[in-house]
Design a protein around this ligand. Structure first.
Ligand SMILES: CC(C)(COP(=O)(O)OP(=O)(O)OC[C@H]1O[C@@H](n2cnc3c(N)ncnc32)[C@H](O)[C@@H]1OP(=O)(O)O)[C@@H](O)C(=O)NCCC(=O)NCCS
Length: 103
C-alpha cells in the first residue's frame, strides 16, 4: 500500500492482500490506518483507482465512484473518492440517510 500526496488530496495506491489472507479484515484495517495517517496531515480528500472487482469493498469504506470504467495496467479500474471528515461525514450520512457515504 502506498499513499501519494498532491496538494490537499491523498491518493491510495496498490492495496493488495495475499490471497491466503483475504477476507480476514486486513484490507479494511490497512485502509483505516492509512486514512488516520492522511487525516493527521489535515488532508481532506482521499482518492484511488480501484479495480472494478473491488468496488464493493471500497464502497463499504465510504468511497464513491467518481468516473466510468477505464483500463490501467490491462485491468478495468474506476476512480473513487472519500472525504474523511469523520464527524461531518457521519452527520451527512445520517441527514441524507446515506449509510455508504455516496454523498
Ligand atoms: C480487495 C482487497 C484489498 C480486500 O482486502 P481483504 O483483506 O480481503 O478485505 P476485508 O477482509 O477487510 O473485507 C472487508 C469486507 O469487504 C468485503 N469484500 C472484500 N473484498 C471485496 C470485494 N472485492 N468486493 C466486495 N466486497 C468485498 C468482505 O467480504 C468483507 O465483508 P464482511 O465484513 O461482511 O465479511 C483484497 O481482496 C485484494 O487484495 N484483492 C486483490 C487486489 C485488489 O483488488 N486490490 C484493490 C483494488 S486496486
Amino acid at each position: 500500500m502506498l499513499v501519494a500526496f498532491s496538494g490537499n488530496v491523498a491518493k491510495v495506491r496498490q492495496l493488495a492482500i495475499d490471497e491466503t489472507y483475504q477476507g480476514r479484515g486486513i484490507g479494511t484495517e490497512i485502509m483505516k490506518r492509512a486514512e488516520q495517517a492522511i487525516l493527521a496531515r489535515n488532508i481532506r480528500t482521499v482518492m484511488l483507482h480501484g479495480r472494478v472487482t473491488a468496488r464493493g469493498f471500497f464502497e463499504r469504506l465510504g468511497y464513491a465512484a467518481r468516473s466510468g470504467v477505464f483500463t490501467e495496467v490491462t485491468i478495468p479500474h474506476i476512480a473513487m473518492q472519500k472525504r474523511p471528515y469523520r464527524r461531518l461525514n457521519m452527520l451527512i450520512r445520517l441527514y441524507f440517510n446515506d449509510p455508504q457515504g455516496k454523498w
